[in-house]
Design a protein around this ligand. Structure first.
Ligand code: GTP
Ligand code: SPV
Ligand code: MN
Length: 595
């Protein structure tokens, strides 16, 4: 399929180490994909679902010990520890290569090695970067065919160049103790072993499009961010674009596919989805604005909670050509189910849970989700972007879309108000750097613990966090018409722990204020943390929410902010001496303003 000597010699070397029985090149054709699906069905790796109800859809279950990203086993192996920084795990590259070599040696015996040439971004565009993933998993191949642009045209576009990202994935024994997700940014190399799950193994996604890409972006003056991209269309047809960075399982897919409330729809507002997880951002030379593309080709979305009311667009996207991972199998209809899909879980005699065991929905206990749910809380759908009813006409754009606003956000029960605007780019970068959120099931580990997650990139920065913040500050200086930077929190709770803000489609009401600020069309109140809306400027028409409650949602709780400052300082100290002086100055200024 290619004469590229760099590609061929690397594959030869990897094959000599892993010793597969055969090597199969993935060409991106339907015929080949169909044959692979049939093969995976015959071995039980995937289950074909009801063709009438869910055409071309499949179910897969991972090993019980392999259901989320494993941050503790994810490494950035730069030549020095300082380059990787204190937030990342690091090991000397030579030591790590040696360790991995042992794990990979002979790991593909009796198996097939698939060669997946793929592109992040539209093949041939200025934004595009190419990768080749070697894997012994058909499930990975089928997911990559959805999540990235795969095929021989990638090899043609690459030509004789050595400029591609090497990715080696072996399932090996799915052994937790020997699971490693490793990046060697200086070698454009990613190595993953002993996992078969999502972000650990679909190497184009978090490993390449965030960790390696963030490293490249710093060198090449662009940005790779954990951000959705959406367009808000006004009644006059004009479209303004927003990117938003929320930590894993904190609402990116939902916001990206938002359906505006009825009062907005009647006026003619629409929302278009460009991307739901990753944005690559570059300065446009002509108009000096920041432009965004979504380098992915599909969505790897959280299933639980997705329903006709919360996110109808996501639901409709995954009614065809979709792979479901770790959801409930309804064997009566040969369909799937998950918590929060509807109130009709399959009857116990027809329900198989994510572990592959019979499942009785009556035993479900909200307090022990992980132990009693039918679908794993981090169960996912892999679906094609082009099947999304609200996919933007700019999805395949070669240049991307101009960004008016960047929005940060997290899950905070108390501290952060519904929305606030930063004073300027530097302060906005600071707001990003102090982001915090309660942890979710998207990564292995304790749930619901507040941790600092700067720019929603804590697990995804491919170099020193302090240098990453410096890169944000530097980018601000080379974007003549920079977006404004905001922070939102959909997750404030009352004393009983219920969410106060209705969220989902109603988040449109906040987006409207954000864009009005970008256009200079609405006033705001200056507070210690930034500009907050005047309560009357957030449209609550048609909502069961009083103006007083809204005032509460917008209030800045000075005491809890003061309490947060100590935690931020500890975090900055942990990030270490690469934290830019500007960030410390912003922190001191915030502390002073809080009084
Ligand atoms: P990753 O794919 O892990 O990066 O996650 P994501 O950021 O795309 O999160 P997603 O949109 O899948 O949402 C995750 C969870 O947050 C789901 O359980 C949603 O129901 C919930 N959620 C999303 N938006 C809102 C909101 O506006 N309000 C509330 N209360 N919950 C929300
Ligand atoms: C995330 O955890 O942010 C995801 C899912 O988008 S994974 O691809 O597993 O990283
Ligand atoms: Mn994500």
């Amino acid at each position: 399929m290619t004469n590229n000597k760099y590609v061929l010699s690397w594959i030869e070397e990897m094959a000599a180490m892993t010793q597969p029985d055969k090597i199969v090149w993935i060409d991106g054709t339907d015929a080949q994909a169909e044959a692979l699906r049939a093969e995976a069905c015959s071995t039980g790796e995937i289950i074909k679902l009801n063709e009438e109800l869910l055409p071309n859809c499949y179910l897969h279950r991972t090993a019980v010990n392999d259901v989320a990203r494993v941050e503790g086993r994810t490494y950035i192996c730069t030549p020095t520890k300082e380059e990787a920084g204190n937030v990342n795990n690091w090991m000397d590259p030579n030591e790590m290569y040696a360790k991995l070599k042992k794990l990979y040696t002979g790991s593909m015996k009796g198996r097939t090695m698939y060669v997946i040439p793929y592109s992040m971004g539209v093949v041939g565009s200025d934004f595009a970067k190419y990768g080749i993933e070697l894997t012994d998993s058909i499930y990975v191949v089928l997911n990559m065919l959805i999540m990235t642009r795969v095929g021989t045209n990638v090899l043609e576009a690459l030509g004789d160049s050595p400029d591609y990202i090497k990715g080696l994935h072996a399932r090996a024994d799915i052994d937790e103790e020997n699971r490693y997700i490793v990046h060697f940014p200086q070698d454009n190399t990613i190595m993953s072993v002993n996992s078969g799950y999502g972000g650990n193994v679909l190497l184009g996604k978090k490993c390449f499009a965030l960790r390696i890409a963030s490293y490249l972006g710093r060198k090449e003056n662009w940005m790779a961010e954990h951000m959705l991209i959406l367009g808000v269309e006004y009644p006059n047809g004009e479209i303004k674009y927003i990117t938003a960075a929320f930590p894993s399982a904190c609402g990116k897919t939902n916001l990206a596919m938002l359906i505006p409330p009825e009062i907005y729809r009647k006026k003619g507002f629409k929302v278009w989805c460009v991307g739901d997880d990753i944005a690559w951002l570059r300065v446009n030379k002509e108009d000096g604005k920041l432009y965004a593309v979504n380098p992915e080709n599909g969505f790897f979305g959280v299933a639980p909670g997705t329903n006709e009311k919360s996110n109808p667009n996501a639901l409709h996207t995954c009614l065809r050509d979709t792979i479901f991972t770790n959801v409930v199998h309804d064997t009566k209809n040969n369909t799937v189910w998950w918590e929060g899909l509807n109130d009709n879980p399959p009857a116990p005699e027809y329900a198989i849970d994510w572990k592959g065991n019979p499942w009785d929905y009556r035993k479900y206990d909200k307090k022990d989700k992980l132990g009693t749910s039918g679908a794993h809380p981090n169960s996912r759908f892999t679906a094609l972007a082009k099947n999304c009813p609200c996919i933007s006409s700019e999805f395949d754009s070669l240049t991307g879309v101009p960004v008016s606003a960047i929005v940060f956000g997290g899950r905070r029960a108390k501290t952060a108000p519904l929305v606030y605007q930063s004073f300027n780019w530097q302060h906005g970068a600071f707001v990003g750097s102090i982001m915090a959120s309660e942890t979710t099931a998207a990564a292995a580990g304790a749930l619901g613990v507040v941790r600092r997650d700067p720019m929603a990139m804590r697990p995804f920065v491919g170099y020193n966090m302090g240098d990453y913040w410096k890169h944000w500050l530097d980018m601000g200086k080379i974007i003549p018409n920079a977006p404004l930077i905001f922070h939102v929190n959909w997750f404030r709770t009352d004393d009983e722990g219920n969410f106060i803000w209705p969220g989902f489609g109603d988040n449109m009401r906040v987006l409207e204020w954000i864009l009005a600020r970008c256009e200079g069309k609405v006033d705001a109140v200056e507070t210690a943390i930034g500009y907050v809306p005047k309560p009357e400027d957030i449209n609550i028409e048609g909502l069961d929410l009083s103006l007083d409650t809204l005032k509460d949602l917008l209030s800045v709780d000075t005491e809890s902010w003061k309490a947060d400052i100590a935690n931020i300082k500890d975090f900055y100290n942990m990030v270490g001496d690469h934290v830019p002086a500007e960030m410390w100055e912003e922190l001191a200024a915030l502390e002073a303003r809080l009084g």
